[in-house]
Design a protein around this ligand. Structure first.
Ligand SMILES: [Zn+2]
Length: 430
């Protein structure tokens, strides 16, 4: 199969400037990039007016498999990824059973090989059953194929367990990936503690719950030499703590989600539990700090924390509904609308935060856009305007606090290993 992506603006993360060229895909490789390629017999894809980028890498995705097929499966989540322009995902281990044993890692890899349209890299749990008390066998999990260790969904609170985990990760040269919330301060809060939580009668989750664990885990990384990746940063203080730690030379990286750099806690007034997420949507001041962190490099990557739940679960009211909502299919739209079209970040900066930076953090193959590279490619129309309609999503969770939002920018083609897996207007092609 030969496909020639014609006339797009090629964004190669290795170069500061993009350039206009055709990109030829043959088999599972990119075989040529040049203007006006002569490619007899190739199927032409019109990319005029679009960016051609390496396939996007989302290092924070909940595929809910094994255990929660009503929320999502590896197959359905992978389709949502492809529709979002994402060609590689790191899936979180808070499944049932948790990804805490090599057998579960093998299940995820084998199911993905059979049913996923994108590449799937599992993350391993830090503790058995994610109970926070007994460390998993990091070496066995690494040998089975996990790329990081995380308790995502919550934090490990026992410092002795943490000490063992950070030490083991340092020995393996693999990152600890941290969801930062102190359980003792989260308690029964469903949203950021502020004027909105007061009005809605919710106890709220103070920003301090996140800041404490960010500070703590930075100290563990500093003490053990382990690499630390901080997930979904949301507070002004957390951004500052990471900025200072980086300046001191601590091996810490961070990600922000599209919802945390675009939405505030006021959204809960309209969308209620549909916008319940942890860590919670915070204040405009925090949103501004997260954007500043993305702009100055304190925050290395953009990741979705795609966290599907059923409609019924989300209709149980603010206190009882589970935390989390979907994000794969709005990733590019929100990112371009809030970071690129506002002039906050350049296209090459944004594409680096969606490709090479997250891949480097997790030790994944380097996304490249050059002859010889694996043909994982995303084509983005930066000016395509669309209104978020969750009923048209590929994910099983067809609801989002972003429903009705007008966005500018959308993936129009996604290629994985040289195969077109998504085309705007045609959907998933498998
Ligand atoms: Zn999380």
């Amino acid at each position: 199969m030969r496909i020639c992506i014609r006339g797009g603006w090629v964004v190669d993360p290795k170069r500061a400037q993009g350039y206009q060229a055709d990109v030829l895909l043959e088999g599972d490789r990119i075989t040529a990039i040049a203007p006006d390629l002569d490619a007899p017999g190739a199927a032409d894809v019109d990319a005029r007016g679009c960016y051609v980028t390496p396939g996007l890498v989302d290092i924070h995705v909940h595929l809910r498999d094994p255990g929660f097929p009503d929320k999502e499966t590896i197959a359905s989540g992978s389709r949502a990824a492809a529709a979002g322009g994402v060609t590689s995902v790191v899936c979180m281990p808070n499944t049932r059973p948790a990804i805490d044993h090599p057998d579960v890692v093998r299940y995820v890899k084998e199911t993905a090989a059979a049913a996923s349209v994108v590449r799937v890299y599992p993350a391993g749990a830090m503790t058995k059953g994610q109970q926070g008390t007994e460390m998993t066998d990091f070496r066995a999990l690494a040998e089975a194929g996990v790329v990081t260790f995380t308790e995502d969904g919550k934090s490990v609170m026992d410092p002795l367990v943490l000490m063992q985990a950070f030490t083991a990760a340092a020995e393996l040269g693999m990152p600890i990936t941290s969801h930062c919330e102190d359980h003792h301060l989260v308690r029964t809060g469903a949203m950021h503690r502020g004027w909105v939580s007061e009005r809605l009668g919710d106890p709220g989750i103070p920003a301090l719950a996140e800041d404490l664990i960010v500070a703590r885990d930075i100290l563990f990384a500093q003490h053990t030499g382990a690499r630390l990746h901080i997930q979904h940063v949301t507070t002004e203080s957390a951004v500052q703590l990471i900025r200072e730690a980086k300046a001191r030379g601590v091996k810490v990286t961070a990600e922000a989600t599209p919802h945390h750099f675009s939405l505030t806690h006021e959204v809960l007034l309209e969308h209620g539990a549909l916008a319940k997420v942890n860590p919670p949507l915070r204040t405009q001041r925090d949103v501004d700090a997260v954007v500043a962190g993305l702009m100055d490099g304190t925050i290395d990557a953009i990741a979705t924390d795609h966290a599907p739940h059923t409609w019924e679960e989300k209709q149980q009211g603010l206190a009882a509904a589970p935390f989390g909502f979907v994000g794969l299919e709005t990733l590019v739209g929100v990112t371009f609308t809030h970071l690129v079209h506002t002039g906050k970040l350049s296209v090459p900066e944004v594409i680096a935060k969606l490709t090479v930076n997250p891949a480097r953090i997790m030790g994944l193959p380097e996304p490249r856009l050059e002859a010889g590279a694996v043909a994982d490619v995303t084509v983005i129309d930066p000016n395509l305007e669309w209104v978020v309609d969750p009923t048209s999503f590929e994910t099983r969770a067809k609801h989002s606090p972003m429903a009705g939002m007008r966005l500018r920018g959308k993936p129009v083609y996604t290629f994985v290993g040289g195969r077109m897996v998504y085309a705007h207007g045609r959907g998933i092609l498998s």
